[in-house]
Write a protein that binds this ligand. Structure first.
Ligand code: IMP
Length: 199
């Protein structure tokens, strides 16, 4: 089954392809010739995931899914949350600037509990009719805490700072094999895979 993942993030594509396995042909936005800046103006992860998937379905009439992920830190009232990509002012997906801001905000706070949460929106065509579609949402989360400094070089985004519960190393140190077994995206993607396989 061919399905568009509404992203050009190589890390996310690789993670999702490994999780979904060889029965699914997961193609990127670049693969379908989509180079537009897809609007992402929702106030929640659910709204953003929906908005991105709907944009692709409406413009390309193809089965697709989109994800939105946020890092939710307890003492920061759930921030950066839906603002995770642009947490550091005046930046866009600048992981180092975002992590530096997070470390500054937390200071020497001892409660550093956090979780990554991913929402995936899947939109599929009904009965071969591009005007008829159904949407499903799947959520995954992983709990952990924010370290006091960055460790590791693998992964992306906030991975060097996030230590998942049950481990004493960051996602960036644990590497993709372990991350793909326990991550927020892996858990949401497993629900997506179950759904697709049952269809
Ligand atoms: P988005 O889902 O691509 O909008 O991600 C929002 C922000 O969260 C970006 O800054 C990403 O770098 C970060 N992010 C998303 N997924 C992960 C992850 O698996 N590990 C670390 N950071 C992530």
């Amino acid at each position: 089954m061919k399905i568009v993942f509404a992203t050009n993030n190589k890390h996310k594509l690789q993670e999702i392809r490994e999780i979904l396995g060889p029965n699914f042909e997961i193609v990127s936005l670049a693969d379908i010739g989509c180079y537009e800046d897809i609007p992402e103006t929702g106030k929640t992860l659910e709204e953003n995931a929906h908005q991105k998937a709907e944009y692709i379905f409406d413009h390309y009439h193809i089965d697709c899914f989109a994800d939105d992920t946020g890092l939710e830190v307890d003492v920061l009232g759930g921030n950066p949350g839906v603002h995770s990509a642009r947490y550091a002012e005046g930046t866009d997906h600048d992981s180092n600037a975002n992590m530096d801001k997070l470390l500054r905000e937390l200071g020497d706070t001892t409660n550093r509990k956090a979780r990554f949460r991913t929402v995936i929106s899947l939109i599929t065509m009904e009965g071969g009719n591009p005007l008829c579609s159904r949407e499903y949402q799947f959520e995954g989360e992983v709990c952990g805490h924010i370290d006091t400094e960055k460790h590791g070089t693998e992964g992306f985004g906030y991975d060097p700072l996030f230590i998942p519960d049950g481990y004493d190393k960051s996602f960036a140190e644990l590497g993709e094999d372990i991350k793909n077994q326990i991550s927020h995206r892996a858990r949401a993607a497993a629900k997506l895979a179950d759904h697709l396989k049952s269809e």
